[in-house]
Every structure is written in C-alpha cells, then in structure tokens.
Design a protein around this ligand. Structure first.
Ligand SMILES: Cc1cc2nc3c(=O)[nH]c(=O)nc-3n(C[C@H](O)[C@H](O)[C@H](O)COP(=O)(O)OP(=O)(O)OC[C@H]3O[C@@H](n4cnc5c(N)ncnc54)[C@H](O)[C@@H]3O)c2cc1C
Length: 478
C-alpha cells in the first residue's frame, strides 16, 4: 500500500474506536468529529494529503525496495548523506504546515520505528529478544503508513533514588508470560496523541531495575484492556480567528492504563532483559535519528517564533529601540545555532557496519538541551515585546458587532485595521499564553527527557581527554 491520503488516515482512526476517556466520559462515535480531536486530526490529514500532492510527492516519499510503492520518507533508513538531507527536508516540509507545533506529527514515530529497525542487530542473540519480529512490525508499519503513539516513562509515583524498594503498584509491568503472549498491568505516564493512532509502541526507558519492567512491543490502539485517559482539551474554541493554533494543533496527552492487556508474542520484540533494553536505547540509533527529527522540526518552530516577533515589532513600530532589536537577535541566535548544530551533525555523520549513516549525536544533544532552556526565554521575549497587545484581543464576534468599527479604529496600528492587528496578537497569545501555549512551553522543556539529566548525559559522554591533554601540554611548556 502506498503512502495514504488524509481521508484514509481519518477513516482508519475512526475505525479504531480505542477506549479513550475525556471529562469523565468515554469518547464514542467518530473521533475525527469529536470537538477535542477534530482540529488536530484534520491537520494531520492535511499532512498525509501533502504526501500525495504532485508538488510535494518527490520531497515526501521514496520507493520501497520491497513493494515498489511510494512511501513516506520518515520511514527511510538513511544510507547516504543525501538520505539524511532528504529526511530533514521532509520533516521540515511537514513542520512548516503547523509552524513546528506538532511535536508528534507522524514523522516523529515513523523515525523512531526506522531507528529501532536499524538497530535490530543489537537484539540478535540476546535472551528474550526478537529482532526479526521487530523488523516485520516495522515493514508492516512502513508499507501501510501506520500512525503511532508511544509511551516510555513510568508514572511519577516516587522519583526518589530508593523508589525501587517500594512495592510496585503503578508502573506497567509484566504480570504473566503465557502461551499466547505477555500480560501487562499498570500505567505509563503519558502518550501524546493516545487513542488517535493505529498503534502504540511501549518501551521501557533506561534505569529500570526489575526485569518485569523491561519490554518492547507495538499493539493496536484498541487492544482490549488498554485505556487512554485524556487531560482537558485545549481546543474548545474552533474559531481559527480566536484560537488560530489551538483549534488546529492541540495534540491530546493521555495517561495510559494497561488493565491486564494481552500482548501477543508476534508483537513483542523484547522482554525481561534489562541489559538488552538499556543497550538498545543507548547504543542503538534511536537517540541520533530521533534527535535529528526533533531538531529539524524545532528549527521551523523558531522560524515561526521569529516571524511573529518581527511582525509585532513592525506592526506597532518598536524596531528603533535597541533592547527590542537585542531581544529579536536572541531569537535569531537561537535559530542560527540550531541550524548550525543540525548541519554539523549531518557533516560529521558516519556509516556504521550495517551501512546505515548515523548523524553525530553530540551536536544534537547540545541542540536539544539548548532548546529546552532557550524556548521558555523566547516565549518570554514575545510577551515582553507584545506587552498589553497580548490582552487587547477581543473575539471575532465583537468585531462583527455594533462596536466593531470603533474597535477597528481604536485598535489599529500603522495601516493594519483593528481586526487584522488583533489576529496577529491572538496568534502570539495562543503561542505564548493560552493553555495550548503553556503546554507548548512545558513540552519543549521536557522534549526527549528531563533537561537536567540530558545535561548530565552530555557531561558524561563528552570526551574530556583532548582538552585535558591540551592544558597539560600547555602547563609543561610554560
Ligand atoms: C506535554 C508533554 C507530552 C509528553 N508526551 C510523551 C509521550 O508521548 N510519550 C512519553 O513516553 N512521554 C511523554 N512525555 C514525558 C516526558 O518524556 C517526560 O516529561 C520527561 O522524560 C521528564 O520526565 P518526568 O515528566 O517524569 O519528570 P520527573 O522525572 O518526574 O522529574 C520531575 C522533577 O524532578 C527532577 N528529578 C527527577 N528525578 C531526578 C533524578 N534522578 N536526578 C535529578 N533530578 C531528578 C527533574 O529534574 C524534574 O525537575 C511528555 C511530557 C510532556 C510535558
């Protein structure tokens, strides 16, 4: 099956009918028509349509070597630097459609899957590991253009160092190994887009202390006993004037509960092997490939932020003030640094013994950690330059009422009439201050993990020897 269309995607997610709970009720009927999901499902449908659009097809698809079908490039396991570049361009083309605001657009998980498949050899010969099953799950996904959510992290019950001494009452764990498969009980912290994808990938993040907590599998989202519990929706207002971003891009976040879920053996690629799971995560291609996808998207998001900042500056005519220029330059520096780090990681990419080209991970780790710290500051900058404009934002209806003309006059700026100026400031508000905007900030703070521990990883993996010997030589010579 070639890359799917938006309608095919919607039909599929509507047919899944996963057990999704929102505001105390089970979501019933077509999920693509439900007020909390319809905006984001429509947007993702548009992404799929782009794959089939003659103007974009070449940029977004490649020919499968097994079926000859045109399939999405995010599933491509890169073999050359040109492949890496193709991946970047594909990711950025999709990201442009949402201003980079869809962290879990389907290319994210497709990339994760490609990275898993490209790392399958690490599982070969390991106890309770099934690399061939992993490869066939990947082939199935790639050829059917399936969508995925994922959940890796355990609930926040106790994050203390001695938490493993507690009786385990929350974490999703293997409670039984039967003839037909694993039985999983417990919860996982979060799955963004839970309940609105074909399947869910469940994997144990590193640091697991018990073998019953190590597993890797992918199952249909509607598997019996699997429940997705939503936060409140941030897309209640479907007006693209009032809520230009949240009406289209609110990816739902869900707690995932496994109520004695049977995971058939053919869907399991790893279980009960802490060392293999750790190795697979840390030494496989998950980290470099996924970070390459994330940074490619974040560049587009920063371009979007920069555009909003510039537009505000021009509209209310504050560009002559030195501190305003300096604030815009902070965004520019962040953006240009990200681009440089991404390109450096591609320049330094190396081909491994399986023939896969792997972008250099060091600059990508620096890039993600930098964005985790920088993003909240950039949001603050939009607030500082937008000031009260971010609160003088009447709804569209008010402009259509009898006071509309007065508002058009009193809220004007330059040659922008009030309604147009407010549209710009509503965009800035939705990015920086609405519930949707606040979630975006939290999202980027914790994207790919806790910033504190990512910084620690950079410290631990960075080769200190060259700098130490440089200084030692210097000391000896002086
Ligand atoms: C909007 C959003 C969407 C998400 N979507 C997904 C998803 O789709 N799938 C998924 O698997 N995950 C998802 N996540 C989870 C994300 O991966 C985690 O938020 C991230 O890994 C941090 O873990 P945590 O939230 O459990 O924080 P915690 O680990 O609970 O940390 C809380 C605080 O305690 C500190 N802390 C805790 N432990 C330590 C330690 N050992 N050393 C030092 N400090 C420590 C942290 O620095 C932090 O300040 C999402 C998160 C957000 C915010």
């Amino acid at each position: 099956m070639p890359a799917i269309s938006g309608d095919e995607y919607k039909e599929r997610v509507d047919g899944i009918n996963a057990e999704v709970w929102l505001d105390g009720e089970r979501v019933t009927g077509r999920i693509s028509s439900h007020p909390a999901f319809k905006g984001v499902i429509q947007t993702q449908g548009e992404l799929y349509d782009l794959q089939l659009n003659p103007g974009h097809k070449k940029e977004l698809t490649f020919m499968s070597d097994t079926t000859g079908n045109e399939i999405g490039i995010s599933y491509l396991i890169p073999k050359t630097k040109e492949d890496l570049e193709k991946r970047r361009k594909m990711i950025q083309c999709w990201a442009r459609h949402s201003g980079g605001l869809l962290g879990r657009s389907p290319d994210y998980m497709n990339t994760v899957f490609a990275s898993f498949a490209a790392s399958a050899d690490l599982l070969r010969g390991e106890a309770n590991c099934y690399p061939d099953r992993l490869l066939s799950i990947y082939e199935e996904a790639r050829e059917q253009d399936l969508t995925f959510t994922h959940t890796f992290v355990n609930p926040q019950t106790n994050r203390g160092k001695l938490a493993f001494l507690d009786e385990d009452v929350t974490n999703a764990r293997i409670v039984s190994r039967t003839k037909t498969g694993l039985i999983i009980k417990g919860a996982k912290l979060l799955a963004t887009q839970g309940g609105m994808t074909d399947q869910i990938i469940v994997f144990s993040a590193p640091g697991v202390q018990e073998s019953a907590h190590t597993y890797g599998f992918s199952i249909p989202s509607n598997t019996k006993g699997l429940k997705y519990i939503c936060r409140e929706s941030f897309s209640n207002d479907h007006s693209s004037y009032n809520s230009p971003l949240s009406s289209k891009f609110d990816e739902m976040d869900t707690v995932v509960i496994f109520d004695d879920v049977l995971v058939p053996w053919e869907r399991v690629f790893l279980h009960d092997n802490i060392r293999a799971a750790d190795n697979f995560y840390k030494k496989g291609k998950f980290i470099p490939f996924t970070l390459h996808q994330i940074i490619s998207r974040q560049i587009i998001k920063l371009e979007f932020l920069l555009g909003i900042a510039h537009q505000i500056v021009e509209t209310i005519n504050i560009g002559e003030y030195q501190h305003i220029q300096a604030k815009v330059v902070e965004i520019i520096k962040g953006l240009e640094s990200l681009k440089a780090l991404l390109h450096y990681s591609e320049c330094q990419a190396e081909t491994d013994k399986s023939g896969t080209i792997v972008p250099s991970v060091q600059p990508l780790y620096v890039a993600i950690n930098q964005t985790q710290e920088l993003y909240p500051r950039l949001i603050e900058i939009i607030q500082l330059i937008g000031a009260s404009g971010l609160m003088t934002i009447p709804h569209e209806k008010t402009f259509d009422s009898s006071v509309g003309e007065e508002l058009n006059h009193y809220l004007r700026a330059g040659d922008w009439k009030g309604k147009d100026r407010v549209a710009l400031f509503r965009l800035a508000w939705d990015l920086t201050m609405s519930s949707f905007g606040s979630r975006q900030t939290l999202y980027e703070r914790f994207f790919f993990g806790d910033p504190i521990r990512i910084s620690q990883t950079i410290y631990q993996m960075y080769d200190e020897k060259p700098s130490i010997s440089f200084v030692s030589r210097f000391l000896k010579e002086s």
